[in-house]
Design a protein around this ligand. Structure first.
Ligand code: PLP
Length: 376
C-alpha cells in the first residue's frame, strides 16, 4: 500500500504533467504573465462549465469574497449573516470592510448554515447572507434564496469548497453552486477541488452591471486606463496559474467523481458504527463534492482517535477546532455562546479523513479498519 496523504497533489500532477508543461511553456514564450490570453481562455471555459454569464478571476478566494462584497456597495455597519462554523476568511472580509458579521449556528447533519437561525437574525440592518458550501456540501439554497427574496437581501455564496457541485431545486431545476446567489466567490488554493499551483480565486455572477463594476474593482477601480472611478484593489490571477487551471478544469468532474467514490466507500465501511456519524448525503449525492470527508465522533474521545490514526501513519484534520464566535479577533461580548449549540458540539466531534482524487481502495480499507480498531 502506498503511504497515505491527506491530499496527494504529486500523483495528480504526474497524470497531467505533459499538458501542464505545454501550458506553462506557452505562457513563458508569450511573456504575457499578467492578463495574458490564457487568463481569458480559462475564464471563458469556466463560464461555460458553470453556465454562468461572468467569471472574474482574481488573486485568491479571500480576495474574491472581499471583492464580491465590495461589489454590493454595502455601507459601514450593514449586517452580513454567515455561519459560525467555517474558515475564518468568510468573516474576516466582512470585518475588514467595516460591515458587521452576524454569526449564526449550523445544521448538525450538513454542517451548513441553518436557515431558521438566519431568519431569526434578520433585522432592518441586514443586507446580505453568505452561505458557505462547507466541505463540498451545498447549503440549503432554496430556503436561503427565499429568505433573501422576502427580506430583500443579497446572497453571496462562499463556493471555495463546493466547486462543481450541483444543486437541485424542488421543481427539478439543477444549477451549479456559485451560480445560485447574486454573486459568489471561489478559491483555487492548491488543495481545493480545482486547485492551482499557487494562489488564485474568482468571482461569479449573472448580473451584467455587477460584473462590469467588479472588473474595475479588481483593477484599482479603473474602467478607463488611468482614470480611477472607484477605490479598488489589485487582485489578479496570473497567467501561469490560469494555464494550470485551464488544464485541470477539464478534469474537474473526473476529480469530483473520484472524491465521491472514495466518500461513498468510506461511508459503506463506517456507517453502522454507533460512535461514528458519516456525512449526510442527499439522494443522488451530486450536491456533495467531498472537499473534505468529515465524520462526527459521538460520545468518544475525538482527539485520542486523531492520535491513534497518526500513530498508524494516517494523516487527518480537524476542521475547524474553534467556532468563529470564540476566536479572539471576532469576540463579541454581547454574544452568548449558548446560541451556538451545534458548532460548540461539532468542534469537539469532527474529524476529516484523507480525501483526494487519488485515494485507493486498499488505503480506504486500511483507514476504516484502523478507525474501527480504535473503538474495540
Ligand atoms: C479556502 C477558503 C477560503 C479562502 O480561500 P484562499 O484562496 O485561501 O484565500 C475562503 N472560504 C473558505 C470556506 C475556504 O475554504
Amino acid at each position: 500500500m502506498d503511504p497515505i496523504k491527506m491530499v496527494d497533489l504529486k500523483t495528480q500532477y504526474n497524470f497531467i504533467k505533459d499538458e501542464i508543461a505545454v501550458g506553462m511553456q506557452e505562457v513563458l514564450n508569450s511573456t504575457s504573465f499578467i492578463n495574458g490570453p490564457v487568463v481569458q481562455e480559462f475564464q471563458k471555459d469556466l463560464e461555460s462549465y458553470l453556465d454562468v454569464k461572468h467569471v472574474i478571476p482574481c488573486a485568491s478566494g479571500t480576495d474574491a469574497l472581499q471583492i464580491a462584497l465590495m461589489g454590493l456597495k454595502l455601507q459601514p455597519g450593514d449586517e452580513v449573516i454567515t455561519a459560525d462554523f467555517t474558515f475564518a476568511a468568510t468573516v474576516e472580509v466582512i470585518s475588514l470592510l467595516k460591515l458587521k458579521p452576524i454569526l449564526v449556528d449550523v445544521n448538525p447533519n450538513t454542517f451548513n448554515i441553518d436557515p431558521l437561525a438566519i431568519e431569526k437574525a434578520i433585522n432592518p440592518k441586514t443586507k446580505a447572507i453568505i452561505p458557505v458550501h462547507l466541505f463540498g456540501q451545498v447549503a440549503d439554497m432554496e430556503q436561503i434564496l427565499a429568505l433573501a427574496k422576502k427580506h430583500n437581501l443579497f446572497v453571496v455564496e462562499d463556493n471555495a469548497q463546493g466547486i462543481g457541485a450541483d444543486y437541485t431545486f424542488s421543481n427539478g431545476t439543477i444549477a451549479k453552486t456559485g451560480t445560485l446567489g447574486h454573486v459568489s466567490a471561489t478559491s483555487f488554493f492548491p488543495s481545493k477541488n480545482l486547485g492551482a499551483y499557487g494562489d488564485g480565486g474568482a468571482i461569479f455572477t449573472n448580473d451584467d452591471d455587477l460584473a462590469q463594476f467588479i472588473r474595475g474593482i479588481v483593477n484599482h477601480g479603473m474602467y478607463k486606463r488611468y482614470y480611477h472611478d472607484e477605490i479598488g484593489v489589485n487582485s489578479r490571477l496570473d497567467a501561469i496559474q490560469a494555464a494550470v487551471l485551464k488544464v485541470k478544469l477539464k478534469y474537474l468532474d473526473f476529480y469530483n467523481e473520484r472524491r465521491k467514490k472514495a466518500g461513498l466507500h468510506y461511508t459503506k465501511l463506517l456507517k453502522d458504527h454507533s460512535k461514528i456519524l458519516t456525512p449526510f448525503i442527499k439522494l443522488n449525492c451530486n450536491s456533495h463534492v467531498f472537499h473534505q470527508y468529515t465524520l462526527r465522533i459521538l460520545n468518544s474521545d475525538r482527539d485520542a482517535l486523531v492520535n491513534h490514526l497518526n500513530i498508524n501513519q494516517i494523516p487527518c484534520g480537524v476542521y475547524y477546532p474553534v467556532p468563529l464566535h470564540k476566536q479572539k479577533a471576532y469576540l463579541n461580548p454581547k454574544l452568548d455562546s449558548s446560541a451556538f449549540p451545534v458548532t460548540n458540539q461539532l468542534v469537539k466531534e469532527v474529524i476529516s479523513l484523507p480525501m483526494h482524487s487519488e485515494l485507493h481502495s486498499d488505503q480506504i480499507e486500511y483507514i476504516c479498519n484502523t478507525i474501527l480498531g480504535f473503538f474495540n
